[in-house]
Design a protein. Structure first.
Length: 220
């Protein structure tokens, strides 16, 4: 589902559509990763791709592997929710491996993160065996640390999504306010949590196959 703080869903420019079509032409399943800092528009691009390839695609976000709030509290990481060590990265890699090796009579169930409760929900996304294009989006697909290192090896391509910093920050503040934070608390969370994570993610940009800029959605 498109995030409420994201840009309007636009038609996918033809060059990106053609790139996906070329990947699909090889036969079998394609796993496409979308990576970028918080607020870059990954979920919106995932929705545009799914719209461009109806009946063939499914979106499986990395965010379903957020650790539960009770576990973050136990670990003392609740104030850093969204950092790399606040996810079950090994579980996410295991899911990608299952999706890569999915049998013809198997349904793979993936978790989904629900912002309205700030918790992951197990088994919320069903990936059918006939799904040709699996689109997974998240912050740390190119991170070379711990289990995250295994993500890139399981994906056919990874696209880095970026937009101007000012617009990305505006969206982030709006998102946090929409889900209950005051304006000052939203700004503080962006400054102290989202932006340190963003800098870490931006350092992985050079390893992506494609850099997708949202200005590209204004034309082919």
């Amino acid at each position: 589902m498109q995030a409420p703080d994201a840009p309007p869903l636009a038609s996918l420019p033809e060059r990106y559509r053609a790139r996906i079509a070329h990947l699909l032409a090889g036969g079998g399943r394609v796993l496409l990763g979308l990576v970028g800092p918080p607020g870059a528009g990954k979920s919106t691009l995932a929705a545009a791709l799914q719209q461009a390839f109806p009946g063939l695609s499914q979106v499986v976000p990395m965010d379903g592997y957020h650790l539960a709030n009770v576990e973050l509290a136990r670990l003392g990481r609740a104030g850093r929710k969204g950092a790399p060590d606040t996810f079950d990265s090994a579980g996410y890699v295991a899911l990608l491996r299952r999706l890569r090796d999915q049998g013809t009579d198997e349904i793979v169930y993936a978790p989904e993160f629900r912002r309205e409760i700030e918790e992951p929900i197990a088994g919320a996304i069903a990936v059918l065996p006939q799904t040709r294009l699996v689109i997974t989006e998240g912050n740390y697909l190119l991170l070379a640390d711990g289990p995250w290192t295994g993500v890139a090896t399981l994906l056919d391509e990874i696209w880095y999504v970026e937009i101007p910093a000012a617009e990305r920050l505006r969206r982030l503040v709006h998102r946090h306010q929409r889900f209950g934070r005051s304006a000052s608390a939203a700004l503080a969370w962006v400054d102290q949590t989202d932006e340190p994570n963003a800098r870490l993610i931006e350092a992985t940009r050079s390893r992506a196959h494609v850099v997708f800029e949202w200005d590209d959605t204004t034309g082919a």
